[in-house]
Design a protein around this ligand. Sequence first.
Ligand SMILES: Cc1ncc(COP(=O)(O)O)c(C=O)c1O
Length: 355
Amino acid sequence: MKLEFIKREKLKEKPIDESNLGFGRIFTDHMLLMKRSREKGWFYAAIEPYGDLVLSPAALVLHYAQEVFEGLKAYRSPDGRFLLFRPWDNVKRMTLSAERMSMRAFDADFLLNSLYELIKIEKEWIPKAPGTSLYIRPAYIGIDPYVGIASAEDYYLYIILSPVGAYYAKGLAPVDIYIETEYARSVRGGTGNHKTGANYAISLKASELAHENGFSQVLWLDGRENRYIEEVGSMNIFFKIAGELITPSLGGTILSGITRDSIITLAKDMGVKVAERPISIDELYDAYKKGSLEEAFGSGTACVVSPVGKLVWGGREIIPGDGGMGELTKKFYDTLTGIQLGIIEDKFGWVKEIE
Ligand SMILES: Cc1ncc(COP(=O)(O)O)c(C=O)c1O
């Protein structure tokens, strides 16, 4: 399949005020669109003007949620280079998510190279202000006009781009987290380790309730015993207990975060002891009571690292360290953002420059 380029006739005005970009509401001039049908297989791939998709009201995705997506960012380095962070890992994760959702395979190398082409065309949309970036959203949906329950044969695979503001517009502040004990996000054998929209739809109610009560995110416990810590909203979670960095093991119910993996790699490289293992909420509470819970932070593409100021579990408070940002948390934030922005040496080969 050949990648076409259909140029938008009149380019949009780029946002001038980069302090007000917000998240995910502004889109660039072009998008990547790939199409597959039962009869023709993958038959269309083009970078074309950003615009609405044509979709039947019977499209399978609208009824049975056969959908997967990804989220990554392009950064502009202070010396003016255009950089992506581990994009091949997002494409790989999307391949695995699609396979779990029983969707037809796509050519991962073609998708990755098409992403590079799209960024090359849209690179001037990568904002310049500190902390800003270009959010990249690949999505894959089943679109057969058929309301029977079956795997789709017709698909759209597309990538849209959105310039986004600094996650920490007001500085890297610790957040309060609500430990959810009623609702579950994921169960063993389910789809928790894949990036499919349904996982997010079922977590909205708990998130909204938490927001109403002043919390910024929900920490999920396992869906079986309501005891083991899993992950936070759209982040993986790390604790530093008595000098050791601990993060829940993956085990099929947690998203395999690319930031999580990067932090584990960095920690090992820094000589920090790291454990990926099940950790129960009782163990966390005990550590807090004993005074050995030194730091806690979430990790994800959006925030990179988000320090946790307080966790609330059935009326009990858990405050890591002194409730401020931990030293190691800050070190991970500085190192990872430094690598992403091309300021710190990329010794793990994580950065892809788009020329
Ligand atoms: C549920 C969930 N967990 C964890 C993460 C962090 O993953 P990553 O570091 O790849 O952004 C995300 C964000 O993508 C997420 O949606």
